[in-house]
Write a protein that binds this ligand. Structure first.
Ligand SMILES: *[C@@H]1O[C@H](CO)[C@@H](O)[C@H](O)[C@H]1NC(C)=O
Ligand SMILES: *[C@@H]1O[C@H](CO)[C@@H](O)[C@H](O)[C@H]1NC(C)=O
Ligand SMILES: *[C@@H]1O[C@H](CO)[C@@H](O)[C@H](O)[C@H]1NC(C)=O
Ligand SMILES: *[C@@H]1O[C@H](CO)[C@@H](O)[C@H](O)[C@H]1NC(C)=O
Ligand SMILES: *[C@@H]1O[C@H](CO)[C@@H](O)[C@H](O)[C@H]1NC(C)=O
Ligand SMILES: *[C@@H]1O[C@H](CO)[C@@H](O)[C@H](O)[C@H]1NC(C)=O
Ligand SMILES: [Ca+2]
Ligand SMILES: [Ca+2]
Ligand SMILES: [Ca+2]
Length: 695
């Protein structure tokens, strides 16, 4: 109680305290035996108080003098990878064999000197660890990583130059064992993550000298390892070509490839994740005769998920002089070196195009790659282009793209330059001429994509809307008088809707083909919007009423508003299976083809003949009396299918034999390209699922 009050500076409490002391004075008089007891209590309290105070001061001193400086200046790791050229030693195959004594002793001896270089220098207090992890050819080139712990302030001082000069100084003076070439010493900064990746991989290390006359298979990862490191070296003056073949699909392994033995971010060529079905084989190149590969196991361990092979190759000349002829057709292709392999880093291709006259411009047609104006702050990462002194950045996209070059002189230069280390899939383009005064006859040029697009067809083909803005009657019939727009369904319906009745003229004869006319099999066009299968013969050859046996349901009562289907109700519905397991649905679109979703055929890299298509099924888990099964001959996924966005998620399956057209297996009707749908048309989406949620 006393202690608490002593610490309390509240004036009100002070008054109370005065009262209490006055009262105790009365007690003191009245009861003479109490004072000694009180005194002893007070002594004990004082001792406790002093002890607590001492402890507080001690803790504070310890904190402010010892602990706080530590917290204020924490040490951060700083790592490097480097190499030396040792002139008085020669590489031999034992240096490439991690299990050999030569490797072991070289690693120890040189490692000890590297360590001493730092521990005997001004930066000894920052030095933590270093290790020689591989040897290269030349004279003898050891590669080693170094780890330092520095304060924030020291970070700026510990530069690659300082590390290099510290090493050179030591190897040039004290150590007589190793003569080095100081100018060849090379140091690269490594991030903490890069160092972790490297140290995890080097226990499973292998060295390969890559030949130019044949491709060598690199021995695969040890079955016990979770990460491995390959050191590739080739003859100087040549590039190294690495081929990665995924043998399994669906693993989560990762292969990281570097343009040097220094496995830093700024030497990264590319990183390949997963066993990919989209790129089952990747071929890529270094810019010189060195390459390092690190493999990291994914979630699960697979036996031999991939195969690596390498060969040394010369850099091909990708430049060309191209003279274009009169005419608007495609005249040829040009591509990055080694197309369709990845383009090599630090490569440059120059194409000089010569046009026959200044009436023509040049179109470069790309597929899945576009040229874009670069942002001021970011460098290009997927190839740089220079066209008529405009700098452009390449970008991989899903759509086709055309670069239109409006020429001002007969010769135009196009240059492609790849990044110093980063690389990517090879790029190809076709070239043709266009009429500079009319680039898109009867169409409009979409400046965003370089494509010629159709105006006023109700489809926004150009992202800036140039083709659908300012249309008088978009996707409608334009009456000759009165600027009236009419639904296409009112054309040739035997009612005069336009003032002059021009919507009902020329209905039973061929008219000029345009966007909204239906084209008959003989190439003539009819004015009626939906002439297909309406029991009226509209085409001169009668083809609009032929093949009308699609989309027929068996004459059974439908459960209106219900959710269960009856047998034969949706005779085009297919179940696509593997080993008797339903994987995806599909629909029969004619006797040979099933339409399905591209995502069903990605993760399982199963050959077409593993799939089975069942038609005439009505309940998934029941074998129907009417069901028929087919094998798949071919799977065609949409070429722009994108697994991340699910764009273009569509695939076609070719069946091994035609489907008999019987009531329980019937193709669905696909609309004609010009089919007009009324606004209240009911759409059915069929498929197998549960008829209850959470089912
Ligand atoms: C040295 O590095 C290792 C990891 O590489 C780390 O665990 C250790 O704490 C470091 N030593 C010092 C003194 O920082
Ligand atoms: C950094 O280097 C400079 C000049 O060598 C030196 O004066 C300074 O004390 C160093 N700073 C640290 C934090 O070591
Ligand atoms: C292209 O033409 C120029 C000048 O005519 C010539 O110097 C150059 O060598 C030619 N380049 C190629 C790749 O043929
Ligand atoms: C251009 O390349 C495409 C696709 O690779 C190929 O189909 C076409 O034949 C080539 N054209 C010429 C003129 O080489
Ligand atoms: C280019 O288009 C204009 C306008 O349509 C036409 O007069 C000219 O003949 C065309 N030139 C060529 C070379 O096709
Ligand atoms: C659908 O079929 C199941 C099983 O035959 C039945 O239990 C359910 O009532 C049916 N649902 C409807 C809406 O008819
Ligand atoms: Ca359009
Ligand atoms: Ca009409
Ligand atoms: Ca008809």
């Amino acid at each position: 109680m006393d202690e608490q009050e002593a610490c309390n500076f509240n004036p009100a409490t002070t008054i109370v305290k005065t009262d209490v002391s006055w009262n105790s004075n009365i007690h003191f008089v009245a009861l003479p035996f109490h004072p000694p007891k009180k005194k002893r209590t007070m002594t004990i309290v004082s001792i406790i108080l002093a002890a607590i105070l001492l402890a507080i001061v001690g803790v504070a001193l310890w904190y402010f003098l010892i602990e706080k400086p530590k917290i204020d200046t924490p040490k951060v790791p700083m790592s490097f990878v480097g190499n030396l050229h040792i002139l008085n030693k020669d590489f031999n195959s034992d240096y490439g064999d991690k299990a050999s004594e030569v490797f072991e002793s070289g690693m120890k001896d040189i490692g000890a000197q590297v360590k001493e270089a730092f521990t005997s220098s001004d930066i000894s207090s920052e030095y933590n660890e270093s290790k020689v992890f591989t040897f290269g050819e030349g004279s003898l080139v050891p590669y080693f990583w170094m780890d330092f712990r520095v304060t924030e302030k020291q970070m700026k001082n510990l530069t690659t130059d300082l590390v290099k000069s510290t090493l050179n100084k030591h190897f040039q003076t004290e150590s007589s064992d190793f003569q080095i070439q100081p100018a060849s010493t090379s140091i690269t900064k490594l991030s903490w993550g890069d160092l972790k990746t490297l140290t995890a991989a080097i226990d499973c290390h292998s060295y390969h000298y890559v030949q130019s006359d044949r491709s060598i298979i690199l021995n695969g990862p040890d079955s016990d390892s979770k990460s491995c490191f390959w050191h590739l070296q080739g003859p100087s003056g040549l590039l190294i070509k690495l081929r990665v073949e995924w043998l399994l699909v669906g693993c989560r392994d990762r292969i990281v490839i570097y343009n040097d033995i220094a496995t830093a971010f700024n030497t990264l060529l590319t990183s390949i994740y997963k066993c990919s079905w989209q790129e089952p084989v990747v071929e890529l190149f270094s810019s010189a005769n060195l390459m390092a590969v690190i493999w990291k196991q994914g979630q699960y361990s697979y036996y031999d998920p991939f195969r690596l092979s390498a060969q040394a190759v010369p850099m091909p000349d990708c430049s060309a002089n191209i003279t274009l002829m009169e005419g608007l057709e495609i005249q040829g292709n040009a591509s990055t070196p080694f197309f369709p392999s990845y383009y090599p880093p630090n490569a440059e291709c120059t194409w000089h195009f010569t046009v026959p006259s200044l009436d023509y411009g040049i179109t470069l047609w790309f597929d899945g790659y576009e040229l874009d104006t670069p942002s001021f702050t970011k460098p290009c990462r997927q190839g740089q282009w220079r066209i008529q002194n405009r700098k452009l950045c390449g970008k991989r996209v899903l759509q086709p793209y055309a670069e239109r070059i409006f020429v001002v002189s007969l010769t135009t230069t196009v240059t492609f330059t790849s990044e110093v280390t980063l690389t990517g899939p090879g790029i190809q383009f076709s070239y043709s001429l266009f009429n500079q005064s009319d680039p898109c006859p009867e169409k409009v040029l979409c400046s965003v994509s370089g494509q010629c697009v159709t105006e006023c067809d109700g489809l926004k083909d150009c992202s800036n809307g140039v083709d659908e803005n300012n249309c008088v009657c978009p996707v409608q019939f334009h009456c000759a008088e009165g600027n009236t727009c009419l639904s296409l369904l009112n054309v040739c319906d035997q009612n005069k809707d336009c003032e002059t009745g021009d919507d009902e003229q020329n209905c039973d004869e061929a008219v000029p083909c345009d966007l909204f006319t239906y084209m008959c099999a003989d190439g003539s066009c009819v004015k009626k919007a939906n002439p297909l299968c309406d029991y009226v013969t509209d085409c001169p050859d009668g083809t609009d009423e032929k093949n009308c046996d699609c989309g027929l349901q068996t004459p059974m009562s439908r459960i209106v508003g219900g959710t269960n289907s009856t047998e034969g109700e949706w005779p085009w519905q297919a179940s696509i299976q593997i080993s008797g397991q339903h994987v995806c649905g599909g629909i029969l679109i004619n006797q040979n083809w099933i339409l399905s979703a591209a995502h069903c055929f990605t993760s399982r890299h199963t050959p077409p003949d593993r799939w089975t298509v069942i038609l005439g099924k009505f309940k998934l888990n029941l074998i129907s009396y009417h069901e028929l099964s087919f094998k798949v001959q071919k799977i065609i996924s949409h070429r722009y299918y994108d697994g991340d966005t699910s764009d273009h998620d569509i695939a076609l399956l070719l069946l091994d034999q035609p489907v008999p057209i019987v009531p329980f297996t019937y193709p669905v009707c696909l609309p004609a390209k010009t089919q007009v749908f009324e606004t209240d048309t009911t759409c059915w989406v069929t498929g197998w699922g549960t008829t209850e949620e959470d089912g």
